[in-house]
Design a protein around this ligand. Structure first.
Ligand code: NAI
Ligand code: PYR
Ligand code: MG
Length: 594
């Protein structure tokens, strides 16, 4: 995240930093600054002797103590978030050391859910830029702006880009969405050890349809509605072309695009370059990881599972696809596997009579109308001013005046064994729906995944109570343990953050040419393999406290998979050692003046 005037040289215990910077330039570079930990010899060589208090602390411990106390002094979560990024702007190593030491506590403040709040308040709290701001109004400047980051072709491993149309579940946040790219990258470093000096956060400003931003005098992005169509696609292409030219080895990660663009973009590039859509592919894989453990515990084979996904957008359909592929791998045809999945969205259960109003990736799941013709229709109030997530939805809303097959009716009719929520609709897994579902299944699997926390379809405490402790649950945001009838239920966080950092580390280590479905499944299996305790109440996924271990395990499996698939460009003898060598750790290295 920081263009640098230094380089890290050597390997293993011999790593050190070399720099041409001197004096205040050293102290003001957050990648170089060690504050009171500069040794006397370093202070002299770097010409900073006398620019620091005289005590040499040599290691991070006293600085961590001071920073942690200051973190706790910050009164609100948003203040804590702001404090942490100011710390980062002063000392990158200390920021990540603090994050690593208190990962469970601080991750939700750097990332989901508090990053959502930071995005909503970006215009008010902005102090300094931390990413690359590209605008659809100036497509011809894309390459120059990326070049202004100041990095060479071999210096960058990863770019995270967002156009901020669907930030978490909070919608369109225009240029403010740069913070999701920054937050995602912080997790890459904290969870997997991807070097913070080899990554670039990018906001693709295509305008915003958020009236609040358009009317906010402090808004920092371009003040016009979202551009769509050919100009949008050309702009995305300009970004990909420039990124590939300037940083030919880098993995391109896409985050929080709207449901009409996300799938199209990844399908366009995934066959030819290393690229990955986190909401579709990362979420699909982390859900498969949690399901590998949940299905084993449920005792019902994959081929007999009945899956309802509520909210069939980027994440929901991505999840459906990976579940379908896994069911198909259990001996069913792809068509049979598809029939095990029911998608429910705003128009209710998706059926083939609605096909003119559905997105292409929803279509394969549309149920034959005849199959559900007898089901009850529930009249819904349609708000003519409601956001139109895809153009055909507006027409569909009119067509649905006779009512929809809603979630409650679908659950009653289908008797699902697995219910997944990616709808952004809080509380939609009601007591009635959950009790009904649980009355048909021994161990119901229910994953309310909508972020941030307030948007969850149900809380784990409710799900546990309504199913009398039988539910196998995973959530999108972090939740505390739940005590129920003498059992402690540890709540798995099925957030793509538990998976994508390891994917990135593996792809970067292997220099994989593309990100294949096999890579995603290897990642899912590796994550699941870190949580094998099947006792009642045990989490379906490893704790976020162990993210470094999980991500390393994921990365090693990905390197192996990439080598086996013949798509690894790096020459690797020992995947474990190769992954370890790629990782960056928040420790102070000796600094040499050159
Ligand atoms: N746990 C995790 O790792 C992840 C969670 N998510 C969460 O999933 C949610 C959806 O994200 P995306 O798929 O990226 O957004 P999206 O906008 O692509 O999809 C949302 C879908 O929900 C549907 N929807 C909206 N209101 C509805 C209603 N009342 N009833 C039924 N369906 C409704 C929309 O029509 C749309 O198809 C967000 O809250 C997001 O934070 C997304 C990615 C990863
Ligand atoms: C976790 C994530 O990527 C989302 O909620 O969009
Ligand atoms: Mg996302």
């Amino acid at each position: 995240m920081v263009a640098r005037k230094f380089q890290i040289v050597g390997a293993g215990a011999d790593r050190k930093i070399q720099t041409t910077a001197r004096g205040y330039e050293v102290l003001r570079d957050p990648g170089l600054n060690k504050g009171t930990a500069f040794t006397k010899a370093e202070r002299q060589a770097l010409q900073i002797d006398g620019l620091l208090p005289p005590v040499v602390t040599e290691d991070l411990a006293p600085q961590l103590e001071r920073a942690y106390a200051a973190y706790h002094e910050a009164p609100t979560d948003l203040d804590k978030h702001i404090y942490l990024w100011r710390l980062h702007d002063n000392n990158v190593t200390l920021f990540y050391a603090l994050l690593q030491e208190h990962l469970l506590e601080i991750l939700p403040v750097v990332y989901d859910p508090v990053v959502g709040e930071a995005i909503e308040h970006y215009s008010e709290v902005f102090t300094r830029p931390r990413g690359i701001y590209l605008s659809i109004n100036e497509p011809e400047t894309v390459e120059q702006k990326l070049a202004n980051f100041g990095a060479g072709p071999g210096d960058i491993d990863l770019l995270v880009a967002s156009d901020a149309e669907a930030i978490l579940g909070i919608g369109d946040w225009g240029t403010n969405g740069v913070d999701i790219a920054i937050g995602k990258l912080a997790v890459y470093t904290a969870a997997a050890g991807i070097s913070p000096y080899r990554v670039v956060p990018v906001i693709l400003d295509v305008g915003t349809d958020n009236e609040k931003l358009l009317n906010d005098p402090l808004y920092l992005g371009y003040r016009h509605g979202r551009t769509r169509g050919k100009a949008y696609d050309d702009f995305i292409d300009a970004y990909v072309t420039a990124a590939r030219k300037l940083f030919p080895k880098a993995l391109l990660h896409w985050e929080d695009f709207g449901s009409t663009n996300a799938r199209r973009i990844i399908n366009r590039y995934r066959g030819t370059i290393p690229t990955f859509n986190d909401d579709e592919q990362g979420t699909g894989a982390i859900v498969v990881a949690a399901l590998l453990n949940a299905v084993r515990r449920s005792g019902t084979p994959w081929a007999e599972q009945r899956v309802v996904v509520y909210g069939a957008g980027t994440a929901g359909a991505g999840i459906a696809d990976q579940i379908r592929d896994h069911i198909a791998s259990q001996g069913l045809s792809k068509e049979e596997a598809t029939r095990r999945i029911w998608l429910v969205d705003e128009p209710g259960l998706l059926t083939d009579d609605l096909k003119d109003g559905l997105l292409d990736y929803q279509l394969p799941y549309a149920r034959p109308h005849a199959e559900v013709a007898d089901l009850k229709r529930t009249r819904v109030e349609t708000d003519p001013n409601a956001e139109t997530r895809w153009p055909e939805l507006a027409a569909l809303r009119e067509k649905l005046t006779n009512g929809i097959i809603d979630l409650a009716t679908t659950v009653d009719a289908i008797k699902p064994t697995i219910l997944i929520g990616t709808s952004t609709k809080p509380g939609s897994f009601t007591e009635e729906i959950v009790r009904n579902l649980a009355s048909h299944v021994e161990r119901p699997i229910i994953f309310p995944l909508s972020n941030p926390t307030a948007l969850h379809e149900a809380t784990p405490a409710h799900l546990i109570e309504w199913t009398d402790g039988k539910v196998l649950v995973a959530t999108g945001a972090p939740f505390d343990d739940v005590e129920y009838k003498g059992v402690t239920y540890k709540i798995a966080q099925a957030n793509n953050a538990a998976l994508y950092p390891g994917v990135g580390l593996g792809v970067i280590t292997a220099r994989a040419k593309i990100v294949t479905d096999e890579i995603l499944f290897a990642a899912a299996k590796a994550v699941a393999g870190q949580a094998t305790d099947d006792t009642l109440g045990a989490s379906l996924l490893p704790s976020n406290a162990d993210l470094r271990t999980t991500s390393s395990a994921v990365a090693v499996e990905i390197v192996r998979t990439a080598i086996n698939q013949g798509i690894a460009e790096a020459k690797i003898d020992d995947p474990v050692e190769a992954v370890r060598e790629t990782q960056w750790w928040p420790v102070y290295l000796p600094v040499e003046a050159v």
